[in-house]
Design a protein around this ligand. Structure first.
Ligand code: PHE
Length: 343
């Protein structure tokens, strides 16, 4: 190609490109057209490959012409994109209306997991009764979980079946009772605490989860007797299940309390007549309790001749399942929004 032929070729490329850009209806199309002419494999590039065959003054002339063509296509492109974008805004303003009088969309959310609600409710309740909240670790030593609680070495609760042992020799606490020992060692007397938290056992069925929640209660002072225990528990039962709910203590055994008692309430489903939930006994077991064993007090540096105390431990899942009539413990952990919304 001669210099003149190349200049006229550039001229026609420019004309074609500007015309094609003017035809585009969308920004994406304008980008494509621009690339077809100015891109690395575009028509402009094809022509410029022939540049090296020209004499020097021809090169200069074609170079200038190609710059002018490039600039013209570039600005035609920018102009077109601007026009298309403005048209799009116009169209949106014209066609896409928002009815500001429509009611807003309501977001439904649950109030929280019933377990969390139950725990918070119980903490409130015991705080009203004068208990302070104490905390303890979930990873425990054998000492706090068993030994200091007067568990004999061969006690079945130490069995690997129930206790989840860790490789470092520690364990996941099987109950909140180790916090009894921790608070007795750390706090000034008198002590009146509850300790809510997670506990772990090797156990899984419709009423047992390997991770569950307990609230421990401990009251140590001079002259604490079984009457204080019964009074506190009766106040708790009245507040939690309604004034007048029947309550009874059944003799039981825990290594760290003496005497020990399991506490039942009159079945809240059948009123004591007997039904499936209470296995036709008319009673529902809700917690374990007792007077702190003198060995436990002594081990924590407290003189059992001067001080005495009671302790209790309740399962939060069990209370929640009874109160909210939840048939399967796994519902509490599934996080199914259809279930959670009901609370
Ligand atoms: N720690 C006992 C359990 O998990 C419950 C309990 C607590 C019993 C305090 C007596 C006193 O079964």
């Amino acid at each position: 190609m001669t210099t003149e032929e190349m200049i006229s070729k550039l001229d026609s490329i420019q004309g074609e490109a500007v015309a094609a850009l003017a035809q585009t209806e969308r920004v994406e199309d304008a980008i494509q057209v621009k690339n077809r002419f100015l891109g690395k494999k575009g028509q402009m590039q094809d022509v410029m490959k022939l540049l090296r065959d020209l004499p020097n003054d021809g090169k200069r002339a074609v170079g200038q012409a190609s710059n002018a063509a490039k600039n013209a296509i570039e600005s035609a492109y920018l102009e077109r994109v601007e026009a298309l974008e403005a048209a799009e805004v116009e169209r949106q303003l014209r066609e896409e209306t928002v009815d500001v009088t429509l009611p807003g969309r309501v977001f439904t959310k649950s109030n929280g997991n019933p377990l969390t609600l139950m725990e918070a409710e119980l903490i409130d309740l015991f705080q009203e009764l004068g208990f302070e909240v104490a905390d303890g670790p979930e990873i425990e030593s054998d000492f706090y979980n068993f030994e200091a609680l007067n568990f004999p070495d061969d006690h079945p609760a130490r069995d690997m079946q129930d206790t989840i042992m860790l490789e470092n020799g520690h364990l996941l606490r099987t109950h909140t009772s180790p916090v009894q020992v921790r608070t007795m060692l750390a706090y000034e007397l008198p002590i009146q605490v509850i300790s809510p938290g997670r506990v772990y056992r090797h156990d899984f069925d419709p009423t047992h989860s390997p991770v569950f929640h307990q609230i421990e209660g401990l009251h140590v002072d001079k002259h604490i007797t079984m009457r204080d225990l019964v009074g506190a528990l009766k106040a708790f039962v009245d507040k939690c299940f309604g004034v007048g709910t029947k309550m009874r203590l059944r003799p039981s055994y825990f290594p760290f309390t003496e005497p020990s008692a399991e506490v039942d309430i009159g079945c809240i489903f059948c009123g004591g007549d007997g039904c499936k939930v209470c296995s036709h006994t008319g009673w529902l077991e809700i917690l374990g309790s007792g007077m702190v064993d003198p060995n436990v007090l002594r081990g924590a540096g407290i003189d059992p001749e001067v001080y005495s105390g009671y302790a209790f431990g309740l399962g939060v899942e069990r209370i929640a399942m009874l109160k909210y009539e939840i048939p399967d413990i796994r519902l509490l952990f599934d996080n199914d929004i259809r279930f959670l919304r009901q609370f």
